[in-house]
Design a protein around this ligand. Sequence first.
Ligand SMILES: O=C1O[C@H](COP(=O)(O)O)[C@@H](O)[C@H](O)[C@H]1O
Length: 241
Amino acid sequence: MQLHIFSLADEVLGHLADYFVQVARQAIAARGKFTVALSGGSSPKKLYELLASPAYRDQVNWQQVFFFFGDERYVPHTDAESNYRMARLTLLDPLLIAPEQVFAIDTILSPAEAAANYTQTIERFFGDESVQLDLVLLGLGDNSHTASLFPHTPVLHDTSVGAREVFLEDKQVYRITLTAPLLNQARAVAFLVYGPDKAAAVQRVLTEAPNIEEFPAQLIVPTTGELHWFLDESAASKLPK
Ligand SMILES: O=C1O[C@H](COP(=O)(O)O)[C@@H](O)[C@H](O)[C@H]1O
């Protein structure tokens, strides 16, 4: 695992954007395509805007990039909470990414059907190859969840490689998430975490004894791929010096 800690959030975003470009170029040179699972929530918005900005937009052959989602809120794609909507507004539309390159999670189906459908979509995309994303981008919630692997949910024990529905009792809402085994098959996983509100979760996930029920992000340990954590100093402030 490699920790990358920078003073300011903007520096973190710049270094992660550089890493994204590096992994994308390597994947395209080696296999002719780059597959990435996007994270949702608020933290990655600025990363996506940066990647679509004049400084980065010409650094990747976007026609060879295929976009998946690590998780989705079970809301219409037009809803302000939708991870797909956020990615579309900040990254996919500004870069004029063709719809055929974007694999959104269908939220019109029932949650269970949406998860099964997304599993099939991923399997169909990879065909005879193993399901191995080139890069998985992840965030960290202040309750130590990542993707939609939430504390004390059955999906934490799911050993399948695919997508699953998750019901959040406290909020009475569904989410769809990729399973930890699928995420861990990636060639590279990069967490993006910044801001003081995340400091306690970062400390728990990275330094507490294994306890996936409480700290689901501890499930993310790529089998053979790289694991990177990109943090600002405030998010890293509770880590041992
Ligand atoms: O709900 C979600 O939360 C996590 C963390 O999001 P952030 O806004 O606190 O950065 C995110 O990684 C996940 O994709 C999203 O659905």
